[in-house]
Design a protein around this ligand. Structure first.
Ligand SMILES: [Zn+2]
Ligand SMILES: [Zn+2]
Length: 103
């Protein structure tokens, strides 16, 4: 993704559980460092979403109820998409709303 960090808006303040977890904190700091880098931070986003879905399933936000194109799709796929769906929802926790739901 080649989004311009200056145009997508602010990243949200991560919830407290993320700062209480060394792995979340490490990945958040890496994302922060890469945020404005020319090569982007796509990999860092994926890593963090993957970690949250795997390590903090209870903290993954619920299905987006409006304005999300992907949640209805993932919901239809059932089990095969469960993990990808959780990663999609976890992006809300650390990505600006304008781009959090793109994948
Ligand atoms: Zn964590
Ligand atoms: Zn969604």
């Amino acid at each position: 993704m080649a989004e311009d960090p200056r145009k997508v808006g602010e990243r949200p303040v991560p919830p407290p559980f993320m700062w209480g977890c060394p792995e979340c904190a490490r990945l958040l700091l890496r994302l922060g460092r890469q945020w404005a880098a020319a090569e982007g931070c796509f990999w860092e986003q994926l890593q963090l979403a993957r970690h949250i879905a795997a390590a903090h399933p209870d903290d993954v936000p619920p299905q987006h109820i409006n304005g999300c194109d992907l949640c209805p799709y993932y919901a239809r796929c059932k089990d095969e998409a469960a993990l990808i769906w959780a990663q999609h929802r976890a992006r809300d926790l650390f990505m600006p709303p304008s781009i959090a739901r793109l994948i």
